[in-house]
Design a protein around this ligand. Structure first.
Ligand SMILES: [Fe+2]
Length: 447
C-alpha cells in the first residue's frame, strides 16, 4: 500500500473498529484457552510461511483451516482471537498498516463465521460420532461466511488502494473466483481437525496440516518454477527488443493479441498460457540475424532478405531446448507462413500451418500496423482491421481474423506510445518491418 486516500483509511479503520468491538464483548469465561493458544500458534506458523503464488497475486495459507477448527471447538470469540494471531506472523513484506488490516480482517471473518455456525444450529465443543452429520451444514455455512468475508473485505481494500491508472479487469475477477473456490475446498480441513481432536488430541492439527504443508511446499516450488520461466522469457524478449528501438513492446502486444484470439476460440488454459509465451518469443530468432541487416536503412540485398527470412528457424534453434514452450515452438517457427502457401520458411498452406502460427500471424501483423515505424506513423485500429480483412483467406486464417476482431471490439487495444529517439539512436532503427503487411518482404525461395 502506498499513500492511501482518506476513504481507504476510513475503510481500514472501520474494519478494525468493528473487529475490536465485536470481539471485546466476549464472553471470555469458559473459553478453552488451550485450544485457542494451540490453534493460534498454528495460525502464526501458517501466516509466517504464506505462499506467494505469483507476482501480484494474493497469498494463501492454511490458517483458514485453523480458524474454522476454532469456530467448532471454541466458538466465535475464540475463533476471532485465533484469527487475530495473524498479527504475530513472521512473514516479511507487509507494512504495519497491512498487518493491522489483515489481523482485523481475519478476526472479523472468524467471528462472523462463528456466529453463522451457531445460527445454523452448530454446537460449540469437541465433536464426536453423534455430531455427524448434523454438524456438516452449520460448518459449511461458517466456511462460506469466512471465505466470503475474507474475500469481500480484501477486495474492498484492494479496490480502494489500487493505483489510479489500474482499472479492474476480467482476469482479476477470474483469479478471485478461483481463489474463492480453492479456499472453500481448504476450509474442509477445519472440520477434519476438529473431528480428529477428540481421538488424537493436540496431534489432530499436525496430522491434518502436515500433508497440507507438504502440498503447499510443492505449490511453492511450482510458483518458483513459473517465476523462472517468466524471467527467462522476459530476458529473451528484452534481448530481441534491444536490437530494434521501434519494436519495443511489440512482443508483449503480440502476446496479448494472441491470447485474445486463443480465449475467443475457446482454447484450454494450458494452451492459452503456451500461446502467451509464443507471442512473447515469436521473433526471438532476430537474435540470430545480423544487427546490421535488421537496422539497415537502405535497400536490402537478396542475401539480407534471406537472412531475415531465416529468423523463424533461428528462433526455433535458440529456444527448442526450453521444455515448457511446448506447442509455442511450432508457432515461433511458422509465424510467417501464409494460408495461400506463399509464406516462409516452409511455404506451408492452410491447415498444414500449426494453429499457434496462424494465431500469431494475425496478432503480429495487427500490432505492426498499429505501431509507429521509422518509415510511417501508426495506422488507426479500424484501418488495420480492414487490412486484416483484406488479407483474410490469403495471408491470414479467416477464423482467427474474425476471432480477433470480435475480441478487439470487446476488449479494445492499447495505443503504444510512439517511440522518442535520442539523436544518437537514429542509426539504430529498422528500415522495414518484416511483420507489416503494408510493406511485405519479398520471399526468397530457399527450398
Ligand atoms: Fe517475425
Amino acid at each position: 500500500m502506498g499513500k492511501l486516500s482518506r476513504v481507504a483509511l476510513l475503510y481500514i479503520g472501520a474494519v478494525v473498529v468493528l473487529a475490536v468491538a465485536l470481539d471485546a464483548r466476549g464472553p471470555f469465561t469458559g473459553l478453552h484457552w488451550q485450544y485457542v493458544v494451540f490453534l493460534g500458534i498454528l495460525v502464526i506458523v501458517s501466516e509466517s510461511r504464506a505462499t506467494q503464488l505469483r507476482k501480484g497475486q494474493l497469498t494463501w495459507s492454511s490458517s483458514s483451516a485453523a480458524m474454522l477448527a476454532s469456530v467448532v471447538l471454541v466458538g466465535p470469540v475464540g475463533a476471532a482471537i485465533v484469527g487475530a494471531c495473524t498479527a504475530l506472523g513472521l512473514r516479511r513484506g507487509p507494512s504495519i498498516l497491512q498487518r493491522v488490516f489483515n489481523t482485523a480482517m481475519y478476526a472479523l471473518s472468524a467471528y462472523l463465521a462463528g456466529r453463522a455456525f451457531l445460527a445454523l444450529g452448530g454446537q460449540v465443543g469437541l465433536p464426536d460420532e453423534t455430531s455427524f452429520p448434523d454438524i456438516i451444514a452449520p460448518f459449511a455455512g461458517a466456511a462460506l461466511v469466512l471465505v466470503l468475508a475474507n474475500h469481500g473485505l480484501l477486495s474492498g481494500v484492494l479496490w480502494l488502494t489500487r493505483p489510479p491508472d489500474r482499472m479492474p479487469s476480467g482476469v482479476g475477477v477470474g483469479l478471485s473466483g478461483r481463489l474463492l473456490l480453492s479456499d472453500l475446498g481448504y476450509a474442509a480441513y477445519g472440520l477434519l481437525i476438529a473431528a480428529l481432536w477428540s481421538v488424537v488430541g493436540f496431534f489432530a492439527p499436525l496430522l491434518v496440516l502436515i500433508p497440507l504443508l507438504v502440498a503447499r511446499w510443492a505449490v511453492a516450488q511450482f510458483a518458483e518454477q513459473q517465476k523462472a520461466y517468466e524471467a527467462t522469457v522476459g530476458a529473451l524478449c528484452q534481448a530481441v527488443e534491444t536490437k530494434d528501438f521501434y519494436t519495443r513492446g511489440h512482443s508483449d502486444r503480440v502476446s496479448r493479441g494472441s491470447v485474445m484470439i486463443a480465449r475467443e476460440i475457446g482454447m484450454r488454459s494450458e494452451r492459452v498460457e503456451a500461446m502467451r509465451y509464443a507471442g512473447m518469443l515469436h521473433d526471438v530468432g532476430k537474435l540470430g540475424v545480423p544487427t546490421k541487416v535488421l537496422q539497415k536503412t537502405g535497400k536490402l540485398t537478396e542475401e539480407e532478405y534471406a537472412a531475415i527470412q531465416l529468423h523463424p528457424m533461428r528462433g526455433l534453434d535458440i529456444v527448442r531446448e526450453i521444455g515448457f514452450l511446448d506447442e509455442a515452438l511450432a508457432g515461433i517457427m511458422h509465424h510467417h507462413e501464409r494460408i495461400d502457401g506463399r509464406g516462409y520458411p516452409m511455404g506451408l498452406a492452410g491447415n498444414e500451418i500449426p494453429e499457434f502460427a496462424r494465431v500469431l500471424a494475425v496478432a503480429d501483423a495487427f500490432d505492426s500496423m498499429t505501431s509507429t515505424r521509422s518509415y510511417r506513423g501508426a495506422r488507426p485500429v479500424e484501418e488495420a482491421v480492414e487490412e486484416l480483412r483484406k488479407w483474410s483467406g490469403t495471408q491470414f486464417d479467416p477464423a482467427f481474423v474474425d476471432a480477433f476482431v470480435a475480441a478487439l471490439k470487446r476488449e479494445g487495444w492499447p495505443h503504444p506510445e510512439p517511440p522518442v529517439l535520442a539523436a544518437d539512436d537514429l542509426a539504430t532503427v529498422t528500415a522495414q518491418d518484416h511483420d507489416d503487411p503494408g510493406a511485405p518482404l519479398r520471399v526468397i525461395d530457399s527450398r
